[in-house]
Write a protein that binds this ligand. Structure first.
Ligand SMILES: [Zn+2]
Length: 221
């Protein structure tokens, strides 16, 4: 298989496997959009299920450039403060999110997890419209995507970075903020042993000492 650059986010342990699998299938062109089925020689008279005037259904249309997908991406970008470029394809959009993702911060982790949820939910909406004749609105889909934000966020318990901007965005998303883990500072000092006692260093503190070291014998001198 070709190297999967997005693996660390797509197969992240916080994501349910059904979401990771859907994203993986999308990346490797394994989702059964019309254009893909036609390529296998099966004639189809369908069109997309997301536009008023049906258009040719390609993966790009369903996940990236179709009006429905554009609206959902636009909402997500506005809320997470990620730049949005209308002409971008779905993979480019995901890349923009992944470029900002980092495991060191709470928001950064959410930025790495969220694109997979969004792609999965767009595909889910398409399948529901196609198989069950139930066409959800942009608002419905967006609300159900947002439902995942606190679920994913609740699994993040340790962060190293929290900027003021991150805090602001997390508050808008209604996510409980995980405080930075504080570094505990302890003052240590070496105490001279009592008379007649030995104290052995175990921490390599004799490194660089030209003579024998590592032990200290207390004497009256
Ligand atoms: Zn459409």
């Amino acid at each position: 298989m070709p190297k999967f650059e997005w693996a660390k986010w797509v197969w992240h342990k916080f994501l349910p496997k059904k979401i990771s699998l859907c994203m993986w299938k999308a990346v490797f062109g394994c989702l059964s959009v019309d254009s893909q089925v036609r390529r296998l020689g099966i004639a189809l008279a369908f069109g997309c299920n997301c536009c008023l005037r049906r258009q040719v259904e390609t993966l790009e249309h369903v996940l990236g450039k179709g009006d429905f997908a554009v609206e959902v991406w636009k909402m997500a970008s506005a809320e997470f403060r990620v730049p949005f470029v209308p002409q971008q394809g779905w993979q480019q959009r995901v890349q923009v999110w992944f470029n900002r993702a980092t495991r060191q911060s709470q928001l950064g982790t959410l930025l790495g997890l969220f694109p997979s949820v969004l792609v999965w939910r767009l595909w889910n909406r398409r399948c529901m419209a196609r198989m069950e004749d139930r066409a959800e609105s942009v608002r419905e889909v967006w609300c159900s995507i947002k439902y995942w934000v606190p679920i994913l966020a609740s699994q993040i318990v340790k962060v190293q970075r929290l900027s003021i901007m991150d805090e602001y965005i997390l508050r808008i998303l209604n996510v409980p903020i995980v405080e930075k883990s504080r570094v505990q500072i302890k003052v240590l000092r070496w105490v001279k042993p009592r008379l007649g006692c030995l104290k052995l260093n175990l921490d390599g503190s004799c490194v660089g000492n030209p003579s024998l070291a590592g032990g200290w014998v207390a004497s009256e001198l």
